[in-house]
Design a binder for this molecule. Structure first.
Ligand code: NAD
Length: 269
């Protein structure tokens, strides 16, 4: 059988470059498209050459529709607007859509859910194995501790280029903690603190975001109780781990039917 064709959206981005590289190196996948934003300097060039390496035998394009039409899968770490548009193209092409993009509004998520009626979509604000394990631990610890006594705070640190906060992974950890408490994050999320905030609402889940330098990503779930404190922490030291996670998700989804899946599904957690 032919190797499945994979399109990388945002091929010139920080994650996109790593994904192009990994797909090109994989002997079970074929790089079928490298898509960049309209007007990008790479358009018409070989993506391998554009990154200073060897030819990969295709041309960078800004035509997502043409690139996706003949592909079996799409790797997408871009922006919410690009990802929502790409989900519609993936649905038409019945192609696997692996979404690493973060910062979606509720309407974006509804559009992605609609697209998942026609093609498999795997969406994860963080594609690392360790972070997804941390989610399971957070759910269990939150379930074990009395919400009246134990406050949950989630602290994340990322590089200075990150444009959304809290991070997608921090929100997923918050969702896991809320699930552990038998409800959803909507019910428990404490708005960002500034000025006279009043005392902490009991049972709420708070977030704090730090930005600076080249930090790949750190997440800490703090459970503060009477006289003691638990801290669950994950640190990513190399962004390639997210790209490898995306390829794991892609391979897993190739024989799956339409639907919206998470990394927990992929990793069997
Ligand atoms: P980046 O800004 O380096 O890359 C995004 C790329 O998308 C840019 O190159 C931009 O030019 C491109 N783009 C914009 N419009 C486009 C269009 N119309 N068509 C094609 N490409 C277009 O950012 P990044 O650090 O690579 O992160 C991208 C996203 O992935 C962010 O939302 C980030 O939070 C998320 N992310 C997720 C994970 C995870 O594990 N899920 C890990 C790292 C980053």
């Amino acid at each position: 059988m032919d190797r499945p064709g994979v399109v990388v959206m945002g091929a010139a981005g920080r994650m996109g470059r790593l994904l192009v590289d990994l797909v090109a190196q994989a002997d079970d996948l074929r790089l079928a498209g490298a898509v960049v934003r309209p007007g990008h300097a790479w358009i018409g060039q070989d993506p391998g050459r554009a990154m200073g390496g060897a030819d990969l035998g295709l041309r960078v394009t800004d035509d997502a529709l043409a690139a996706i039409a003949g592909a079996q899968a799409i790797l997408d770490f871009t922006t919410p607007a690009v990802t929502v548009a790409t989900a519609a193209l993936a649905a038409q092409a019945r192609a696997v859509h692996v979404i690493g993009t973060t910062g979606f509004a509720p309407a974006d998520l509804a559009a992605i859910t609609a697209a998942a009626r026609h093609a498999p979509i795997i969406r994860a604000g963080n594609m690392s194995l360790g972070l997804n394990l941390l989610m399971g631990l957070t759910r269990r610890v939150a379930a074990a501790l009395d919400a009246r006594d134990w406050d949950i705070e989630i602290v994340e640190t990322h590089h200075r280029h990150k444009v959304d906060a809290p991070s997608g992974a921090a929100l997923m950890l918050g969702e896991a903690a809320a699930e552990g408490r038998g409800t959803s994050l909507d019910q428990l999320r404490i708005p960002a603190r500034e000025g006279i905030t009043g005392p902490r609402p009991p049972g709420g889940i708070g977030f704090a975001a730090l930005r600076g330098g080249d930090v790949v990503g750190e997440h800490e779930v703090i459970l503060a109780g009477p006289g003691e404190r638990i801290s669950l922490r994950h640190m990513a030291s190399d962004r390639t781990l997210f790209a490898r996670g995306a390829l794991t998700a892609l391979r897993w989804a190739l024989d799956k039917g339409p639907g919206e899946y998470s990394m927990a599904d992929v990793l069997g957690l």
